[in-house]
Design a protein. Structure first.
Length: 272
């Protein structure tokens, strides 16, 4: 079981943001913006999935998972709020979020009425965010020379995603979810997630007027496939999810706890 703490991020999200806030790099900015555009809708779906999974448990199991699920919901609700504030700036910059309405419709359609399907979808997405979080915490210098408050936002979010990466997986398993459907949904969501990330990133670059610039493609190649590239360094972690004996805690490191300890002045504890 995970002991999850709800934190309030202490950064200014009222002051307008630079257009290329990520180290003046058009591709990196467009990519991170695309991810953020999916978060409010995605986080709400994850909250509903885990909450409904808890309700479907027998009373004795509910007691076992109650505190962790409450912590998970609190963290995800905070992420939803913070990224909604961030996304409002993107809208003012002329970017259009085409991912969120498509994601909301698709996830509800795919999940149906069975709470296990929604949990499997959530667990798959949580695996993506967890391996991305570990990669970003390990390569945090890639956000150097970026808007400082946004570097803090992304690393705080990463630390908490790594912290609660097993919650949906464990609730799915406790409800009797099997390996076969877990992997089926993982493969489907992989295709959907990668396609939607690419579509929204390209959309952002088009509206930014930087899609066909050489610097954009050079940055994309390095960021995704370079020596420390996202795809290159996370592929093996992504692939491990299909193992029958896989559990998210097998990929745990101390990077999340280290960042939270070293940056305690950047947040306060809810209720404190």
């Amino acid at each position: 079981m995970s002991q999850l703490v709800v934190r309030r991020l202490l950064i200014d999200l009222q002051t307008p943001l630079p257009r290329h806030w990520c180290a003046n790099d058009a591709f990196r900015t467009a990519f991170f913006n695309a991810l953020s555009m999916s978060f409010p809708v995605g986080e709400q779906f994850f909250i509903d999935s885990v909450r409904n999974g808890l309700k479907a448990m027998p009373a004795d199991q509910q007691q076992q998972y109650q505190a962790e699920v409450q912590g998970f919901i609190g963290q995800e609700a905070t992420h939803r709020r913070i990224h909604s504030l961030f996304n409002a700036h993107l809208e003012k910059q002329g970017l259009v979020n085409e991912w969120a309405p498509r994601a909301e419709k698709n996830m509800q359609r795919m999940a149906g009425a069975n709470p296990l399907h929604a949990l499997a979808i959530t667990a798959a997405n949580e695996h993506f965010t967890a391996i991305f979080a570990e990669w970003l915490l390990r390569n945090h210098d890639l956000l150097d020379h970026s808007e400082a408050r946004l570097k803090t936002m992304w690393l705080w979010h990463s630390a908490e995603e790594s912290e609660h990466k097993n919650t949906a997986f464990d609730v799915y398993t406790a409800l009797g979810g099997n390996h076969e459907w877990r992997v089926k949904w993982f493969r489907r969501i992989t295709l959907v997630f990668l396609t939607d990330t690419l579509r929204q990133t390209v959309n952002n670059l088009q509206r930014d007027g930087t899609l066909w610039k050489w610097r954009t493609w050079k940055s994309a190649s390095s960021f995704l496939f370079g020596k420390r590239g996202l795809m290159r360094q996370t592929f093996s972690s992504w692939r491990e999810y299909v193992r029958e004996d896989f559990h998210p805690n097998q990929q745990a490191t101390d990077l999340s706890a280290r960042w939270l300890a070293d940056n305690s002045g950047q947040y306060s504890l809810a209720g404190a």
